[in-house]
Design a protein around this ligand. Structure first.
Ligand SMILES: Cc1cc2nc3c(=O)[nH]c(=O)nc-3n(C[C@H](O)[C@H](O)[C@H](O)COP(=O)(O)OP(=O)(O)OC[C@H]3O[C@@H](n4cnc5c(N)ncnc54)[C@H](O)[C@@H]3O)c2cc1C
Length: 385
């Protein structure tokens, strides 16, 4: 068992951190507040191969695993430049296509994921279904060899930046008539596909959208892989999503903790640095412990996933996502507290993250749904809903 990351990953972290710091949180906050995107940072990271580390080598990627992609995501967040689209585009979409796409789909999309030139959003959440993804009603029907897709989605991140959205829909089983999931790649310029930004009280460079799919005609090859393997495909994408969600939170927690600690050392109010008061030192120490635990579980989940253990990764990925979200909320809150009034002053770059860390408790799967999963699957307790 190894508890130290391989040298290559350590070097990758350092290179990504150097790039992210050269942009910095001010760049991020300015883009986010002005309604812009972190396009320059994304493109540069893409050109340097950081966004494509987990894309197979034969398509121009780094051929590594989700563990490396999660490390990249964590470093961007730790430098104060959290790119939400990383959780979706290279992690869910590229993984699903690499594992289950047809040869044509791989040739069409993976080189762009490898160098970051392709951005793909992921749409599963629906207004009426919410956390109950069994109730999604976006439905595809055949028309000759084409598919006609209709439905609605909400809170889909980054659609305005995306070339396409990987939509989770349903098709009717020809034998049983029951609806079963199916994944479609829907280019954002397809007629009948419309999206509208949802005003959010979040400082984020990646925005959320409602999608309206009104008889969207798609060619046969828009269906990812085969119609019958969609459940496996979906799970192949959801574990990386949770692992990336965890690394996103862990990175922001690192950013906030570093700021809190630095300020606690330099600010003096009663003749000694405020960090010498246990009322401030202990909560920071607690964040440090919970941060290391969350990071360890994220690495475990990624290692299980990269070793091909999808089932084992599921439990660890849920736990990591939970732990990451909780420590990020605590870290930002405590860093704000340590800064006193400055904690909410724009100059100190912490207030921007109060909403961002809160997202981790809700998405991609809510705290309560993780607790349901653990209660039921890890503890064998009866299902409560
Ligand atoms: C910033 C942001 C970005 C997002 N990006 C995307 C994206 O790119 N793609 C995408 O598909 N979705 C995205 N989402 C949606 C996100 O995945 C959902 O918001 C999340 O899954 C929760 O669903 P919901 O909002 O419908 O809440 P609901 O399902 O309505 O739940 C409301 C509350 O009830 C609780 N609850 C529900 N059922 C139970 C139960 N059985 N037991 C206990 N508690 C329960 C929930 O935990 C929650 O606290 C995003 C959301 C946000 C906020």
């Amino acid at each position: 068992m190894e508890f130290v990351e391989p040298v290559e990953r350590q070097e990758l972290r350092k290179a990504v951190a150097d790039l992210a710091r050269s942009y910095g949180h001010e760049y991020y906050a300015e883009k986010a507040r002005g309604g812009g995107h972190t396009t320059e940072l994304w493109d540069e990271a893409g050109r340097l191969g950081y966004l494509g580390v987990s894309v197979p080598e034969e398509y121009g990627g780094g051929g590594a695993g989700i563990g490396d992609l999660a490390a990249v995501c964590e470093e961007f967040c730790a430098a104060g430049t959290p790119m939400l689209l990383m959780v979706v585009s290279p992690a869910i979409c590229a993984t699903v296509i690499a594992r289950y796409g047809t040869d044509e789909q791989k040739k069409q999309w993976l080189p762009g994921f490898a160098n970051g030139s392709v951005r793909m959003a992921f749409g599963i959440t629906e207004p009426d279904a919410g956390s109950n993804s069994h109730r999604i009603t976006t439905t595809a029907r055949r028309d000759g060899s084409d598919w006609i897709l209709s439905g609605r989605k909400v809170f889909i991140s980054g659609v305005d930046e995306a070339d396409a959205v990987l939509i989770v829909g349903r098709t009717e089983d020809a034998k049983t008539g029951r609806l079963k999931p199916a994944l479609y790649i829907v280019p954002t310029d397809t007629p009948g596909f419309e999206y509208k930004q949802i005003p959010m009280d979040l400082v984020s460079a990646d925005k959320q959208f409602g999608l309206f799919l009104d008889d969207v005609r798609l060619p046969a090859e828009a269906l990812v892989g085969s119609e019958d393997a969609a459940i496996a495909q979906l799970f192949a994408g959801l574990n990386p999503e949770r692992i990336m969600g965890a690394s996103f939170s862990v990175g922001i927690a690192r950013y906030a903790l570093a700021k809190g600690v630095a300020y606690a050392k330099e600010r003096s109010v009663f003749g000694v640095p405020i960090g010498s008061h246990q009322g401030l030192a202990h909560p920071l120490a607690q964040v440090k412990i919970e941060l290391e635990l969350a990071k360890l579980m994220t690495q475990k989940a990624a290692a299980l996933y990269d070793s091909g253990d999808d089932f084992g990764a599921g439990e660890a990925a849920n736990m990591a996502k939970y732990a990451g979200a909780e420590v990020a909320i605590r870290a930002v809150d405590q860093a704000v507290q340590v800064h006193g009034g400055n904690g909410l002053a724009t100059e100190y770059g912490l207030g921007t993250l109060l909403g961002a860390v809160r997202v981790g408790r809700i998405a991609p799967v809510s705290r309560e749904m993780v607790l349901n999963f653990v209660a039921q699957h890890s503890l064998g307790l009866p299902k409560s809903y």
